[in-house]
Write a protein that binds this ligand. Structure first.
Ligand SMILES: Cc1cc2nc3c(=O)[nH]c(=O)nc-3n(C[C@H](O)[C@H](O)[C@H](O)COP(=O)(O)O)c2cc1C
Length: 296
């Protein structure tokens, strides 16, 4: 593990324990408050949150991240904003991807020399990060830095975008990525969902968890029961455009149940491909099953 990754993990662990102390001491007296301040004080790395957000969802996640880590924050700004309608934005982003003509930013080149860690946030567009991120990557040198990707998406793209980031920035230390669906972020309780996601993510990062490790604890894939199918149908009712067909399932008991459905997906007039659909079913009486991510 590189020195810089160790640094971020130790600082993140420190922050997580400071948050925990502050939570545990919420009903305590003066001495406990002092203890919180002492625990939060040491800062070893300099971090910055750099993000692009078209409609404000990733910005909200960046805000939750800023509440949890001690970092500067920079929003990447387009010189010519994307159109206001979804369809026109799709057309423009499609053309940018096709031509690899990445959009101009008013603040593409940043002074990152003083930062060890860059939290890099974006919406998923066409399965990976939004085009302004290519402009940012082309304009800055991330060599030797810890890069922590975070994103919001309609159905998925967290792992694929982090994979592309690793390919494009082989000299950066790209960590585990955080991703939250737009649907969850824009619920009434979106702020508390974002906060909880950030806390869980930072704890996983501090513990050095990988995606493979986080998949541990799931049972073997097995045929679907009627109850599994009902959970799947409830969670995917707004995702008809993906044309998902569940084939088998595995589960992981947490505070509720995580489901991993192996599915075929044939949306967007594409030939069917196999994909994993992660769904969370809360404990009884605590809400409906919800789609967390669609990912290979
Ligand atoms: C042009 C465009 C392409 C998109 N492509 C995808 C995609 O491939 N996969 C996906 O899950 N979501 C996709 N989305 C949904 C966005 O990732 C999602 O709405 C995100 O939360 C928007 O973040 P923002 O509010 O920060 O801009 C797309 C949205 C747009 C506008």
């Amino acid at each position: 593990m590189s020195r810089s990754l160790k640094q971020i993990l130790s600082v993140t662990a420190l922050l997580a324990s400071a948050t925990m102390i502050s939570t545990l001491c919420a009903c305590g007296g003066q001495d406990q408050t002092k203890q919180t301040e002492t625990a939060a004080a040491p800062q070893q790395t300099k971090s910055v949150i750099v993000y692009f957000s078209q409609t404000g969802t990733t910005k909200k996640l960046a805000g939750a991240l800023k509440q949890a880590v001690n970092a500067d924050e920079i929003e990447l700004k387009l010189v010519n904003a994307y159109p206001s309608t979804y369809d026109s934005t799709i057309a423009m982003v499609g053309a940018q991807r096709e031509s690899k003509q990445w959009p101009e930013l008013s603040n593409a080149k940043l002074d990152l020399a003083k930062y060890d860690t860059v939290y890099l946030g974006y919406p998923i567009m066409f399965g990976s990060f939004a085009p302004p991120i290519y402009t940012f990557l082309d304009s800055n040198d991330l060599s030797g830095k810890v890069v922590v990707p975070f994103c919001t998406y309609g159905s998925g793209g967290r792992k694929a975008s982090a994979g592309e980031l690793k390919e494009l920035e082989p000299n950066a230390n790209v960590t585990l990525a955080m991703g939250v669906s737009n649907k969850r972020m824009t619920k009434d309780e979106g702020d508390s969902i974002a906060k909880a996601e950030v806390e869980t993510f930072l704890a996983n990062l501090a513990a050095g968890k990988t995606d493979e490790m986080l998949m541990g604890g799931f049972s073997e894939q097995r045929p679907l029961t009627a109850e599994d199918s009902a959970v799947f149908d409830a969670a995917t009712k707004d995702y008809g455009y993906l044309q998902l067909k569940p084939l088998s399932v595995s589960t992981q008991v947490v505070a509720g149940t995580n489901y991993l459905f192996l599915c075929t997906m044939s949306g967007f007039n594409r030939p069917p491909t196999e994909t994993m659909v992660k769904i969370f079913k809360p404990l009884p009486g605590r809400g409906e099953p919800e789609l967390i991510v669609v990912e290979k």
